[in-house]
Design a protein. Sequence first.
Length: 65
Amino acid sequence: MTGSRFAPTRWSLVQRARGQDEQGRQALSELCSMYWPPVFVFFQRDGMNDVDARDLTQGLFAELL
């Protein structure tokens, strides 16, 4: 299944995501794109249906941000 593994963390990207400028927003978007699929799959494998797993994933990212 694609998207079920966490990508290696790119700490330079994490550092850039802290910024409030366009580069920071782009870095944050890239991080969310990288980590959304494996978090979603984690919730699915934990027994959630697609809708609930999607809601929990979105909620997790909303809480983190």
